[in-house]
Design a protein around this ligand. Structure first.
Ligand SMILES: Cc1cc2nc3c(=O)[nH]c(=O)nc-3n(C[C@H](O)[C@H](O)[C@H](O)COP(=O)(O)OP(=O)(O)OC[C@H]3O[C@@H](n4cnc5c(N)ncnc54)[C@H](O)[C@@H]3O)c2cc1C
Length: 209
């Protein structure tokens, strides 16, 4: 994220934070920009990449639904306890280069609630210790929750919206970090009017209209 923000700054891209987009501005059937609570941004292209919140914005139906995930970071008693990802049905463990082991994650239908539940975190810790007993004594460094953008068919929503100049990029569910680079490539091609190098038909927003 730090690199991305620096790259944006270098290209004189303005990043506005702390004020959600509230309305798509449309002029004669074409996008004119977005309104936020504080101001208006005029632009010929608007991309709705609001993740689980994408459904709250823009014209047309965007059936994204938040799927809550809680996870925790543990400090094991010794470094290099794990050198690769371990997956089990109840938990997965990911070693980080700074020595932490991240254990995750829940799949919850909890609306837009991003609160961390201590019982759930304890349960995940216990499942992590069942998989790797040394983690039973490991200190919990932090715990957090996020909302994944789920869709009815489990596939992303990538393509043109219902108004000229309006695009949708959401619904990546459990793989949005992994798929960010290729999504950026194909969406840039689509927005520039080029043929995307991968067929996006299966991800078209129209499939839900
Ligand atoms: C616990 C957990 C573990 C995960 N692990 C992985 C993993 O290992 N690998 C992987 O690939 N993916 C993983 N994911 C999934 C990944 O985080 C998501 O798929 C990804 O974040 C979706 O990216 P996005 O940019 O579409 O949405 P988000 O990351 O949710 O970003 C959307 C942004 O839009 C902003 N926003 C919302 N409404 C508005 C508005 N009206 N105006 C302006 N801004 C708005 C939000 O504040 C947010 O910053 C995990 C998710 C969770 C919760």
């Amino acid at each position: 994220m730090a690199a991305m923000l620096n790259a944006a700054k270098h290209r004189e891209i303005e990043v506005a934070s702390g004020s959600p987009a509230t309305e798509l501005m449309v002029n004669h059937g074409t996008v004119a920009g977005v309104k936020t609570a504080k101001t208006e941004f005029h632009a010929p292209i608007v991309v709705n990449c609001a993740g689980a919140w994408a459904s709250a914005f823009g014209p047309g139906r965007t059936p994204t639904k938040p799927v809550k995930g809680q996870m925790l970071a543990l400090i094991p008693s010794r470094r290099n306890l794990l050198r690769h990802v371990v997956r089990a049905p109840a938990v997965y463990l990911v070693p980080r280069s700074d020595g932490r082991i991240v254990a995750g994650s829940t799949l919850e239908d909890a609306g837009f609630d991003k609160r961390v539940n201590p019982d759930t975190i304890q349960h995940l810790h216990q499942k992590a210790a069942e998989l790797l007993p040394e983690l039973g004594q490991a200190r919990i460094l932090e715990a957090w929750a996020g909302l994944r953008p789920g869709t009815p068919d489990g596939l992303p929503i990538l393509g043109r919206g219902e108004v000229e100049g309006y695009f949708l990029t959401t619904g990546h569910y459990r793989d949005g970090i992994l798929m960010a680079p290729i999504t950026a490539v194909v969406m840039t091609q689509l927005i520039r009017g080029e043929q995307p190098e991968f067929d996006l038909k299966g991800f078209a927003p129209e499939r839900f209209r």
